[in-house]
Design a protein around this ligand. Sequence first.
Ligand code: MET
Ligand SMILES: [Zn+2]
Length: 720
Amino acid sequence: MTDFPASTVLGYPRIGPRRELKRALESYWDGSSDRLQATAAQLRAQTWLRLRELGLAGIPSNTFSLYDHVLDTAVLVDAVPERYRHLPELDRYFAMARGTQELPPLRMTKWFDTNYHYLVPEIDATSPFRLASDKPAAEYREALALGVDTRPVLLGPITFLLLAQAAPGSPEGFTPLSRLDDLLPVYTAVLAELAEAGATWVQLDEPALVTDLTPGQLAAVRRAYDQLASAGPKILVAGYFGDLGEALPALSAVHGIALDLVRGGLPDLSLLRGKTVVAGVVSGRDVWRTSPDVLTLVDRLRPHAAEVVIGSSCPLLHVPYDVEQETDLDPDLRDRLAFAEQKVREIVALSRGSLLAGPISAPVPAGFGITATATRSPYAIRAKAQARLGLPPVPTTTIGSFPQTGDLREARAALAAGTVDVAEYETRVRAEIEHVIRLQERLGLDVLVHGEPERNDMVQYFAEHLDGCAVTRHGWVQSYGSRCTRPPIIHADVKRAEPITVRWATHAQSLTDRPVKGMLTGPVTIVAWSFVRRDIPLRDVVWQLADALRGEVEDLEAAGIGIIQVDEPALRELLPLRQSAQPEYLEWSVGAYRWATSGASDATQIHTHLCYSNAGEVLAAIDALDADVTTIESARSGGTLLTAPGIADYSRGLGPGVYDIHSPRVPDVAEIEEHLRKILRVLPADRVWANPDCGLKTRAYAQVEAALANLVAAAARVRG
Ligand code: MET
Ligand SMILES: [Zn+2]
């Protein structure tokens, strides 16, 4: 019995090979174009037809989203909070995604251990679910009209509910998963609609099944899939980013399972009997070529399953489109790479037994590992030495970046195109730094920043200046909505050839008497937001970066910079999905951070910054970082940090963000003041800092000036 196409991917990038979706969204939002839906349809068609042209047999649909697939699912099942309901359809969708001047958006957080962000659905105890959109069936029919019979993809009900949060005001102890039985009829209805439209297989994405589940949650998995398996189409459950473990037996009713064989191992093979198995052997999480050796895994599966299909380990959402566009990359490196398009070719070739071995591992010396232990003097001693900074109670500061203006982007493009030389470009950067310093002085902030105008991106900038890292020109990966990043590729041992940030920081400090914070990106974050070599352990790469940054910290200090921030927003992101692996990770990641920062003298104030944290979850690790001051996202996460157990005992400086920077909305003084007062009820005034949730680079100057003026005013009020 073989009825599933022989090769497939679980999903594909959707931002567009030239970021067409980004452009279409931005011009829709600013009202300059109404081509959004047309562009979206074009991108979908282009993807289906391209995948077919590449010879892929099983082509997915409904992997497209105007903003986020979790948000799409909330809209699909009508899990729309009351406050957005008065808005017409598309405005409502974007209000949930981005907020409006009146309404904050849904909370946003990271999708498992990736750098993709999803919007967190709010589920209450009683609002009925109903099928409120025909997006999956409409996209299925759209593809069919082009002659492509696709496999619709839905976010599975378990992952949807586990990622959701209880709506504000829900009864004590309420969990969204308790609404599963109310939700399943809606899924049954979508599946029936898809069957009716002609779909034979439907893929349900359930990455939450690779995390630790309680017996009650596992029972919910079984209940859900026992029911959905008979809804009409055949069901393929995709559990990616790890091992399905205990969840696999609970999926006994479904027709097919997609296994992530890059992140996870082979499961108990007896559980695959009679099933279609998609062998996810081509990695959707890195950019390295696949070896034909992976076919040995496929051979191990074959005798146990009804059929085995070659596939990607996860949706290809997290890799760029096409390595052929990277004409500037060193050809030896490029030969070792595969982006989405190349991965599809690999999958097709593997399914035909014709994948050739290519250069795979790095032609570089083996990495070195550092495992030094590093400590600074006790905090009390440091705090005394740092009193020289003369800061007021509740000092005001920002997280580092100021708006990246069109001028700056133009200057960078001109530099890349060679129409502006380095000297001219740097003159413009210096002028921008001066502008940012003057603005902060005018606003009355206490600890200033240089604004990061020289950085296109907080990770890429360091990758450009470190040996062993390469950057791409077109390798964009969606981060959220219209936002993309170009993850660098760490392909060899990392070394710092010369100081990276010192001249920008010292220029900024030369312009003012107030302290300027030096600004570095931490080792874990650089690794989390890059594609990393596979031939040495991740921890060794992190430690190599930590050693390079340690040199930079020492150089900044020697150049007279008294406050140095080492950002680790991705610390939690790399936290292994299974609890059993977390302590080891935290030990080496925290150790690397301390190695990077512990060369600083007592009088130098070390800051760190975290976001997307569910900070309560990693409070012990934050504490172990031993930074003098930690600024952290809080407003956007609804202030949950302040109720985290142990928060009152946190003994060093803490700046829970007082407003969300992801939204264009300007917070007023009273709102910020209220946030600060809440913080001050939990923490003593001599440890509290006033700052936004995160950097300001995605905002416009008008918003930033207004918001920071209100921040300074609010801090002044609480000081009194
Ligand atoms: C995602 S964390 C950002 C930190 C960085 N220093 C900034 O302000 O942009
Ligand atoms: Zn941040």
